[in-house]
Design a protein around this ligand. Sequence first.
Ligand SMILES: Nc1ncnc2c1ncn2[C@@H]1O[C@H](COP(=O)(O)OP(=O)(O)OP(=O)(O)O)[C@@H](O)[C@H]1O
Ligand SMILES: [Mg+2]
Length: 444
Amino acid sequence: MAGQSCKESILIVDDNAITCEVVQRNLELEGYHIFTALSVEDATKTLSKQRIDLLITDYKMPRLTGLDLIRYVRDHFQDIGIIMLTGYGSINSAVSAMKEGADEYITKPFTDKELLSAVKKNILQQKEKKIDLDKFYNDSWNQFGIIGQSQNMLATYSKIEKASKNDAIVLISGENGTGKELVARAIHYNHKVRSIYPFIPVNCPGIPASLFESELFGHVKGAFTGAVQHRTGFFQAAQKGCLFLDEISELPFELQAKLLRVLQEKEICRVGETQAKKIDARIIAATNKNLAELVEKGLFRQDLFFRLNVITIEIPPLRDREDDIILLAKHFVLKYAEELEKTPPVFTDKAIAALKKYYWPGNVRELENLIHRNLIMNDKNKIDSLNFPDMMKFNIEYDQDLNLSLEEMSKKYVKDVVEQTKGNKAKAIEILKIDRKTLLKKLK
Ligand SMILES: Nc1ncnc2c1ncn2[C@@H]1O[C@H](COP(=O)(O)OP(=O)(O)OP(=O)(O)O)[C@@H](O)[C@H]1O
Ligand SMILES: [Mg+2]
């Protein structure tokens, strides 16, 4: 594992700073690695950046409550233990906490001993649960080459494992190049029965609307002008295997209805034929857009969305998986060094820092291409400067421009970031680490 030792990390969430501090001190004495957050919002930020083994959260907090946090954690990270702190006598909150997926609750006020015994018990339980996951990770390491040990990826592995044990529809979402197809293949090829049958990827936006039925369901000879031969449709080709519907959000509205009907009825009719045929293909869909949002805007059918939204896997962007960046970079160095028959070069500290700092709009694919290019061009045994696209370059060039005052530099930097993020304020805010108000002020 990356970083320091492998002592467990615990996140304490309480709007009362003193409670946080007391609990922190006690648990630190026991050797745990402690993070604290004073609000649910802070807590989710920490969760997306750090590997956390156990969450200890207060129930009552202003705005979002501990219950909201539990819901969030259970949606995103299955394998974090949760202990809820509830006020004396509020049995109702304890019950709802357990319902939402907390492992345990402790009523306030509690003794150090009570807390510690709950923590120890929980961490032990989590460890027992994790063994299976490690097995999956090791088994499939070579087969699929999915790399990553961030909390987010561990949660993804556990979902892959679950999904590969049944035939439910899976919806994978994530930005471009985050590994959606890789995950879809991992699910399919881990399936005991289906894995020996084909995995058929279909790029939804690539199918012309007029040929949709013929491509997906097939046609018989003479069904229409140009149908000079029988054609097997994608559904038929994926029989007993898996049909991967990529970029499903791009499917035109009227075709969404046709797809929905097939998913409901589980049978298709080839074009030019009247007799329906049973189909048995597992469906995995992928999208780089937020389908729920498209539904709200009326751009995606709600009924189809509900049908697809059974097992959902959200793959986070690479910039939110800081530890995985280096792991992946090293993996791609080995991969392409072998392919190019070169000695694998090592990264200098400067290159490592640059890799971590970059925004990675193209995610893992961009990282892979960058390393591949570097290995083709670079004949040294070190990777010192990477040929990043412009956005990265300007970061580096600043280090050398010593004629600007701090104020001028800051202005130029903000302007460049806004330009590079093409006016996407959310992205700019994230890179600049300032809030929206400050950004608007600076833009003025
Ligand atoms: N966790 C990972 N470990 C190793 N390689 C990865 C990982 N994630 C992605 N890749 C690699 O990055 C590239 C892009 O992955 P993939 O095609 O699965 O992404 P995608 O999300 O389907 O992208 P797009 O939205 O552009 O279709 C592939 O070469 C894949 O092997
Ligand atoms: Mg893809």
